[in-house]
Design a binder for this molecule. Structure first.
Ligand SMILES: Cc1cc2nc3c(=O)[nH]c(=O)nc-3n(C[C@H](O)[C@H](O)[C@H](O)COP(=O)(O)O)c2cc1C
Length: 414
């Protein structure tokens, strides 16, 4: 598929109304039919948009039921009154992280926060189209709201993959425009798409045509020697004109040559002001910020300037931080975490996973950072990193690990 580079100029009225850019669907559709369930747009064939709405009842921390759709977030409004109220409302998200935010991790994080938006690892569109969908897309009903992140740059394939994911029950489909993966060199997806905003817009338009759930994008502020001013603006204007519901911005560049993915999360300097400036220019669009945010206090400060905050490594490495999310951002009454209840839930979950031929370590590895700073945390980590890996390890190892931690109020306060 060829994409001719072309200057983008968008009508601000279209942008404000979130209309798909005219012509996107035509361009995509001319590539042909992509799956058995199709609808026709002019001479085009795109996956038929699902109409069913998704309402999910969340099983919140420690078994409390809350109705996601009913709890519109009026109790806490992180946005100043000057800000426009937006239909997409996710003030707090846990970032997509390959190898980390798998379904077991998300289930665990959900026990700590009923309301945070949880992202999957990136899944390549081709894998969904040709691979084992159940393995790639299955998730637990408790995970909602959960967003699937897709990797790819072929609008037709992304649209088809998005449609399949929607049928699996995902609440949002996100496009990865920030990952400096190995395959970036071949230009197939990720951060290199920052250089071709028109392709990103085409992808979003196709995905929007295929699904009813929100379609969002996660990007960088630029790559390589791009000027983050026009580079980010072009991507943002393109995706919103194509109908995107939100843009999450990792507030640093990616350097495609010479840095590993890990270095690309650390070396290029953070530029939060660039993301704030984007939000100031697009007040009626959801702009979320990501990168280097360590605490809920920092997150709350960012929310003065943008609509959402996404934590990656801090949420994974010290998951206890998630226990404060509902009270800080969603108006839930502050409550101490009931770790015994949490471990009941996780032990039960792990037992069911093991009974289905899984291993305890698949679950336990995500819980290793939980008691950071508590007396006994070292022993806790040791048990989860060694004993939980042994063949035949059962959920009782989780209890043994918990028993190693001194949870007395005095130790928590120390
Ligand atoms: C292990 C790991 C895997 C990651 N995988 C993805 C991914 O699949 N998709 C993505 O958009 N970003 C990915 N990222 C980047 C994070 O989503 C996030 O943008 C980055 O870590 C910066 O946020 P932080 O400073 O809060 O961690 C990954 C990060 C880590 C640490």
């Amino acid at each position: 598929m060829q994409f001719a580079a072309r200057p983008i100029s968008f009508n601000s009225r279209d942008r404000a109304k979130g209309r798909p850019k005219k012509g996107c669907a035509d361009r995509i559709g001319r590539q042909g039919k992509i799956c058995s369930s199709t609808c026709t747009i002019g001479a085009t064939s795109l996956p038929q948009k699902a109409t069913a709405s998704h309402e999910h009842h969340l099983k919140g921390p420690h078994g409390l039921q809350s109705d996601q759709t009913g709890m519109v977030d009026q109790a806490f409004n992180p946005q100043s009154s000057a800000k426009v109220a937006l239909p997409y409302h996710h003030p707090f998200a846990v970032a997509p992280m390959i190898d980390w935010t798998d379904r077991h991790c998300r289930f665990f994080h959900r026990q700590l926060s009923a309301r945070a938006l949880l992202y999957t690892e990136m899944v390549v569109a081709d894998a969904i189209l040709h691979g084992d969908r159940d393995r790639l897309l299955a998730h637990n009903a408790a995970e909602h709201p959960v967003a699937l992140q897709l990797g790819g740059s072929n609008p037709l394939k992304l649209a088809a993959a998005a449609q399949i994911a929607e049928a699996f029950g995902y609440d949002e489909i996100n496009l990865n425009v920030g990952c400096p993966s190995d395959r970036v060199q071949s230009g197939t997806f990720g951060a290199c798409l920052m250089k071709v905003p028109e392709v990103v817009a085409d992808c979003v338009a196709a995905m929007k045509s295929a699904v009813s759930v929100p379609v969002t994008v996660k990007c960088r502020i630029g790559v390589d020697d791009q000027d983050p001013g026009p580079a980010l603006d072009a991507v943002a204007d393109g995706v919103f004109a194509a109908g995107a519901d939100a843009l999450w911005v990792h507030a640093r560049k990616a350097w495609l040559l010479g840095l590993s993915p890990k270095e690309n999360r650390e070396v290029p300097p953070l530029d939060y002001d660039r993301v704030y400036a984007l939000k100031a220019r697009l007040p009626d669009r959801f702009i979320g910020i990501n990168g280097g945010i360590q605490s809920l206090e920092e997150a709350a400060n960012h929310l003065e300037m943008v609509d959402g905050v996404m934590l990656g490594r801090a949420a994974y490495g010290t998951p206890a931080v998630l226990a404060g999310v509902d009270a800080t951002f969603f108006g839930a009454p502050p409550a101490p975490t009931d770790y015994r209840a949490l471990f009941e839930t996780m032990a039960d979950y792990a037992t069911r996973h093991i009974a289905a031929s899984g291993r305890l370590s698949h679950v336990a590895r995500h819980m290793v950072g939980l008691f950071h700073g508590y007396p006994g945390a070292r022993r806790y980590r040791q048990i989860l990193s060694t004993d939980a890996n042994r063949p035949g390890a059962g959920a009782e190892i989780l209890w043994r690990a918990l028993d190693a931690v001194d949870l007395s109020p005095a130790s928590a306060a120390a």
